[in-house]
Design a protein around this ligand. Structure first.
Ligand code: GRF
Length: 206
């Protein structure tokens, strides 16, 4: 299966997916990495891994739809079947989401629906004082952080946690959870019942 990964920043999740594919854990190929930021380190990671990496500048387009039309044309060119959002700091419009219905995944650093839509869900969870937060991988639908949940993993918040230390532990979980969720989707081991996602035989994870 051909994947595209959309990023805006460091790309540590991208790296985890690249590594899982290299190890043969996911039978898929990253056909394309797209960033909306020229300086995203994710672009470097993609190039280092020999993956086609493109910067698409939203400012080059007069409206969001034209930007997304360009994204879709890249995806079609590379015959992409699954779009993986990994720290992509843009909300995709219903136009884009409809084009790839149930074929877009996102990872969010909280236990959704808590801290939905937050640009800094780790800080917000810490400031709110929750004792448990975590990671969610979900399908993308037409509302923000709302689509059917594929996998979640809890992370305990300790009294000593700073935003950095909590983020670090959340990211460690992300790097296990995202490749696993992608594997399940790629292997067709997911069934949808309304917004409930049923998984056929979940393998062990960290
Ligand atoms: C992750 O924490 C993810 O949950 C959020 O954005 C961050 C991306 O990190 N959506 P990275 O670029 O993969 O390192």
């Amino acid at each position: 299966m051909n994947l595209a990964v959309f990023c805006s920043g460091k790309g540590t999740n991208l790296q985890a997916i690249i590594n899982a594919i290299r190890k043969g854990e996911i039978e898929a190929r990253i056909a394309l990495v797209i960033s909306d930021r020229k300086d995203a380190y994710a672009l470097r990671r993609a190039k280092d891994a020999g993956i086609k990496a493109v910067f698409v500048n939203p400012k080059d387009f007069s409206c969001k739809r034209d930007f997304e039309v360009r994204l879709i044309s890249y995806l079609k060119e590379e015959r992409v079947e699954l779009v993986v959002l990994a720290g992509f700091m843009r909300i995709l419009s219903p136009f884009f989401v409809r084009e790839y219905k149930h074929r877009i995944l996102n990872i969010h650093p909280s236990l959704l629906p808590a801290f939905k839509g937050s640009r800094n869900a780790v800080r917000d969870a810490l400031e709110y004082g929750v004792k448990i937060t975590g990671v969610t991988v979900h399908f993308v639908d037409e509302q923000v952080d709302n689509g059917p949940i594929i996998l979640q993993k809890a992370v305990e918040v300790s009294e000593e946690d700073s935003e950095e230390s909590l983020r670090e532990r959340i990211q460690q979980k992300e790097h296990l959870l995202y490749p696993l969720a992608i594997k399940l989707v790629v292997e067709g081991r997911i069934r949808m019942e309304g917004r409930r996602v049923r998984i056929d035989s979940l393998p062990c994870s960290g």
